[in-house]
Ligand binder design. Structure first.
Ligand code: WT7
Length: 650
């Protein structure tokens, strides 16, 4: 590292295993060389314009590719299109109406097969229903549903009539829901009586009712019957989905929207702060998700069965369950419930049953599968899989290897995809037929995407650790924060001049591979060394007894911060603190040796599965824990606090 570059992040670990795409995979792959990269490097706007023209149907051709006045981007101006038309009508018109759009499976085991024609009909009917409830172009509609097909129907119906949707994850509280409804001033809320989770019905309607006590903008609540649980229907406000749909016409022509028309809001809080309504618009977003879904997943639309395990309440569900896959006309699996109902092999049973070929999930899920053991996937025939992917967090190299071996059968390329709610679609990822992967690296920015690492003074970092920035606008980028343009500029475009700052640290190795190192707020400072939590966690997970690890820097009188680690063991494994401390020192150096390692049965996570390091830091520093309502399981914090209290540091 040169003198000008410091105060970023030290690069400690090195991973030398490489995996080139097999000849078998390459034989049918869409991209096996650098041609897309070369084209995009020559002229990225022309590249995106070609994707927009080839992958998307426009009612009116656009006349400008990009109007960029930092931080405001306008893509494909002059163009008009309808997203729901692109996801449905064009496939039916091309004779693919009988093709399955969704193999949906409920948690109790009930199933629905929904063709493109059936989906088009239901979306058209529901679009008419929304119109009947007074929803017009530009009106916001809130969606608070379980993982049932009606969630996709509702989103597409909104898109059909130009009413921006705001989906709130069904696991969020009534307070989170009312905050989001009020911020968006939504007119209609679409919810369900309840949904299935871990073998039981979790009620949604009571939370929706509570939220609506303080949401003056809501005129109607549409209720899907799913859980069969008792609900109270408020006269004049609440209406049953199935009753409205009975009389609704399937004739509802898709209205062309301007390219920059608001398609949806999606609220993100990250792990701290007041939720931000991230704005995504029509033409650029659809281009970005269609393009990335096609090339990152190397889609063969005639034969692939795609399964993204995310919830539609997150951006991953928006981009890679609803908009990207449907725009590409592919067949998907959609599953309502948890991976361990009725048993720990439910996902693998589903892969076998539907012959899933492409599987996309989160590292947190993979580490949970590691904890449950390789016997679970081994009970099923997973030979249909040909490509597997991850998103949401850095994947530890050993978790990558486990995924490769036990899910991918040693034959499937892995696409580790880096992106954010704000980026709309995948930004950094291998192209599976062209990229030699390294376990734990998201590899390179996709064709059309430009990244650079910088240090604190915005100097470019060619090798080593730095802050991840995006140097060019991209079609799927957020267009702002709803109602707060200053916060938009401040949050994303102010830290480094002329750059989008993602908030993540990363490092570039000698071969130019990118390694994501987690949020920069999580970087620890130990005796002046800036150490990424991700690297220490990966060192811990590389021990054969460890399934998952969370690392934080806690205040320390001598070193500034000290490394505290919380570790979940693999099923049946045993080890102790001293062994794990020594293991980290050996793997990545004595400077990163944890001061303490706590073995724990569980870790505090956000609803989307990200480890809440802020909370662990509070525990490590002996502070009382404040608000834990966004935690997946708040009780784990008490347990960790008890452990910390009874321990004496060495
Ligand atoms: C943050 C964005 C993108 C959809 C799900 C999360 C982290 C995401 C990766 C990856 C390392 C990753 C980053 C990013 N992240 N993917 N492949 N490797 N880190 O969306 O909730 O907006 O979170 O997730 O820290 O900034 P999100």
């Amino acid at each position: 590292m040169s003198d000008e570059q410091h105060d970023t992040i030290d690069a400690l670990s090195s991973e030398n295993r490489t995996f080139a795409p097999s000849d078998d995979f390459k034989a049918t792959s869409l991209v096996v060389d650098t041609s897309l990269y070369d084209e995009a490097n020559t002229n990225d706007e022309a590249f995106w314009a070609r994707q927009a023209t080839e992958l998307v149907d426009w009612e009116q051709e656009f006349d400008t590719v990009l109007d960029w006045q930092l931080p405001d981007a306008k893509w494909f101006e002059g163009g008009t299109l309808n997203v729901s038309y692109n996801c449905l009508d064009r496939h039916v018109a091309a004779g693919r109406g009988d093709k399955v759009a969704f193999h949906w499976e409920g948690e109790p085991g009930d199933k629905r097969t929904i063709t493109y024609q059936a989906l088009l009909d239901e979306v058209s009917q529901f679009a008419n229903v929304l119109k009947g409830l007074g929803v017009k172009k530009g009106d916001r509609v809130n969606i608070y549903l379980p993982m049932i097909p009606e969630a996709a129907v509702a989103m597409l119906a909104c898109a059909r009539i130009g009413a921006p949707h705001s989906v709130v994850f069904g696991g969020f509280s009534s307070q989170s829901l009312s905050d989001r409804i009020n911020d968006a001033e939504a007119k209609v809320l679409i919810t369900a009586d309840g949904g299935y989770r871990r073998g039981e019905v979790f009620p949604l309607k009571p939370a929706a009712d509570e939220a609506c006590e303080s949401t003056p903008s809501i005129e109607h609540v549409v209720v899907v019957r799913r859980g069969g649980n008792d609900v109270t229907m408020v006269d004049g406000r609440d209406v049953w989905y199935h009753e409205l749909m009975e009389g609704a016409s399937t004739d509802c022509p898709a209205e062309p929207m301007e390219a920059e028309h608001l398609l949806f809001l999606l609220y993100t809080s990250g792990t701290t702060g007041k939720p931000k309504g991230i704005m995504h618009t029509t033409g650029g977003y659809l281009t970005h998700v269609t393009y990335t879904h096609k090339y990152v997943f190397d889609l063969q639309p005639e034969t692939d069965v795609f399964w993204c395990t995310a919830d539609v309440g997150w951006i991953t569900g928006h981009s890679y369950i609803v908009y990207g896959p449907l725009s590409n006309g592919c067949t998907q699996v959609m599953y309502e419930g948890v991976p361990n109902y009725p048993a720990n092999d439910r996902f693998w049973e589903i892969v076998e049953e539907y012959g899933v070929t492409i599987f996309y999930t989160a590292p947190t899920a993979i580490r949970t599968f590691m904890k449950w053991g390789a016997d679970e996937p081994a009970k099923h025939d997973l030979s249909s899989l040909r490509l597997i992917g991850t998103v949401g967090e850095p994947i530890n190299p050993e978790a990558w290897m486990w995924y490769h071996e036990h899910i991918g059968g040693g034959r499937c390329p892995i696409v580790d995809t880096w992106w954010q709610t704000e980026t709309g679609g995948i930004m950094i990822s291998p192209l599976p037929g062209a990229t030699t992967t390294k376990p734990g690296s998201a590899t390179f920015p996709l064709p059309g995407v430009s990244t650079e690492l910088v240090d604190d003074d915005a100097n470019v970092v060619p090798v080593g650790g730095g802050y991840l920035t995006l140097t060019r606008p991209w079609p799927g980028m957020l267009r702002g924060i709803w109602g707060d343009p200053e916060r938009y500029q401040e949050t994303y475009w102010s830290r480094f001049p002329d750059r989008y700052f993602a908030g993540d640290g990363a490092k570039l190795d000698d071969d130019g591979y990118l390694w994501l190192l987690g949020r920069v707020d999580d970087v620890m400072n130990v005796s002046g060394h800036r150490i990424s939590t991700t690297e220490v966690e990966s060192a811990l997970v590389s021990h054969p007894s460890v399934a998952e690890a969370a690392v934080v820097g806690a205040n320390d009188p001598t070193t500034g911060q000290a490394v505290f680690a919380y570790v979940i063991l693999r099923g049946g494994a045993d080890t102790d603190e001293a062994t794990l401390r020594a293991h980290v020192a050996e793997e990545i150096g004595a400077i990163a040796r944890p001061k303490r390692v706590f073995i724990t049965p569980d870790l505090p996570k956000t609803r989307s599965g990200k480890i809440m390091r802020r909370l662990l830091r509070d525990v490590a520093e002996g502070r009382n824990i404040g608000d834990t309502t966004t935690l997946a399981d708040a009780s784990i914090v008490d347990e960790l606090q008890a452990k910390a209290a009874e321990s004496t540091a060495d």
